[in-house]
Write a protein that binds this ligand. Structure first.
Ligand SMILES: O=C(O)[C@H]1O[C@H](OP(=O)(O)OP(=O)(O)OC[C@H]2O[C@@H](n3ccc(=O)[nH]c3=O)[C@H](O)[C@@H]2O)[C@H](O)[C@@H](O)[C@@H]1O
Length: 437
């Protein structure tokens, strides 16, 4: 403190006020003191800089700070070993196979589609940001599953254009299966920005990379039944109006369809949107009703069942994951090549939109009854009025177009599909408990 004071004391507070002591002893002592202080000062600055460099330096591939993002890890990618893994995962191992970049590969549909592609000998590379919208340990478990079948998931965000162009530089993907998105209808009330970040900005970032890639890939991507919004004509056909979304989620998916059209029109990208109808099954998403109803029924917790005005039923065209996977693969197999090159369109390209549903809507209360039977536990039900949270009353797919052009034919009813889900759920969570105990 004294040293500190003397150092500060040597600095004139105002010109002309400072008087120099002429005594040589005092002079030397002062000089020595001053150099020591300087040394201490610069050492401190040096150490502070080192600290800042190691603890605060951005990741090698920094993403813009965006408050709408859920917590994301810092990603490490690049280097010869990484490129080797990328190439090996994307290598086609069958005669006339395709090589597919699957975004959202650690997600529910992404995991199933990646496994199915790999099984038939296609090259598959996953991309996922492993965000914490729902329990990331489930995503890690899916990743482990994919790893065992030889699918590598690159950890990164679709908004990272440097990463995307690197991936297209390393692999000449023939197709992109774009499933990375902010899903869920009700969460849009809590975090609207995350929908814009993933479903709009992320989609544009991906399409930009695809348009610049040589060769350009054909793209198949997940739209949603929610684009039908307040449409009341049933069953929903691709020709019906989709300009009355009931949630921001639906609005971003509808915007995605328009954005896709633009990239098809300007750059000749081959684009196919699949409107999924409430997909369920093993390895599903914990934010979906069938999943958390199962958890809550087993815990003895009350579940809320939504009901429309005048005791009207709320129903969904629940579609089993294996049927959806068949639809995705058929869409990839029938996709024509993109026509552009060097970022320029060379001719008209394919643009398609298909419903992938089950064609038999089931009231939510019936879904609960099936779960009760399968779980052998009575649910504690509370029927409440459908909240103004973005949910629509019912969905019902007309699938004749997908049937005609993709050979899509769903074959799993809700009872059968939920049986498979419940079996998976019980074994997955009992395994987790065992591991924890
Ligand atoms: O088909 C789609 O396009 C959409 O399907 C689901 O959305 P949703 O059909 O609303 O699925 P859930 O959130 O699982 O809800 C299923 C049904 O349960 C009802 N529900 C939900 C929650 C609840 O507490 N109680 C309740 O009765 C909902 O109103 C709905 O009728 C997915 O969450 C979306 O990501 C997807 O895009």
């Amino acid at each position: 403190m004294l040293k500190h004071m003397s150092y500060l004391d040597n600095i004139p507070s105002a010109p002309g006020k400072f008087k120099m002591d002429k005594s040589p002893y005092v002079h030397n002592k002062l000089r020595w003191h001053s150099s020591l202080m300087k040394l201490t000062f610069w050492s401190f600055i040096f150490l502070a800089l080192i600290f800042i460099f190691f603890y605060r330096s951005p990741s090698p591939n920094p993403l813009p700070q965006d408050p709408s993002r859920r917590s994301l890890g810092t990603y490490n990618w690049g280097g010869p070993a990484w490129e080797k893994r990328v190439r090996s995962s994307a290598r086609i191992r069958s005669h006339d196979g395709i090589s597919v970049l699957v975004t959202g590969a650690a997600g529910f549909v992404g995991t199933h589609v990646s496994t199915a592609l790999k099984r038939r000998g296609d090259g598959v590379l996953g991309l996922d940001n492993f965000n914490d919208y729902y329990d990331p340990s489930l995503k890690r478990a899916r990743q482990a599953l994919l790893d065992r079948s030889g699918v590598f998931i690159v950890e990164g965000d679709i908004n990272d254009s440097t990463l995307l162009s690197k991936l297209f530089e390393v692999v000449a993907f023939t197709h992109v299966m774009h499933l990375a998105a902010q899903a869920g209808v009700r969460y849009a009330l809590e975090n609207p920005g995350s929908y814009v970040h993933s479903n709009i900005a992320g989609l544009v970032s991906l399409l930009e990379a695809c348009k610049s890639a040589n060769p350009q890939p054909a793209i198949v991507w997940a739209s949603s039944s929610s684009v039908y919004g307040l449409n009341s004509k049933v069953p929903f056909s691709e020709k019906d109006r989709t300009d009355q979304p009931a949630s921001l989620y639906a609005a971003t998916k509808k915007a995605g369809e328009e954005i896709a059209h633009t990239y098809n029109h300007i750059y000749g990208l081959s684009l196919t949107a699949l409107r999924f109808f409430t997909v369920y099954g093993p390895w599903g998403r914990p934010d979906m009703a069938y999943f958390f109803f199962t958890r809550d029924i087993l815990k003895g917790k009350t579940i809320s069942i939504f009901e429309a005005a005048n005791h009207g039923t709320v129903a969904r065209d629940f579609t089993y994951i294996d049927d959806i996977v068949k639809g995705c693969l058929a869409a990839l197999d029938t996709a024509e090549k993109s026509t552009g090159s060097g970022g320029k369109k060379k001719g008209p390209a394919q643009f398609r939109i298909y419903n992938l549903g089950n064609t038999s809507p089931v009231p939510v209360s019936d879904l609960v009854s099936i779960l009760e039977r399968l779980l052998k536990v009575n649910a504690k039900r509370k029927v409440i009025k459908l909240p103004q949270n973005g949910d629509v009353r019912f969905t019902h797919a007309n699938i004749s177009l997908a049937q005609r052009e993709l050979g899509y034919k769903p074959s799993t009813d809700l009872q059968t599909g939920l049986k498979k889900f419940v079996r998976w759920y019980l074994s997955y969570y009992s395994g987790e408990k065992k591991a924890a105990g």
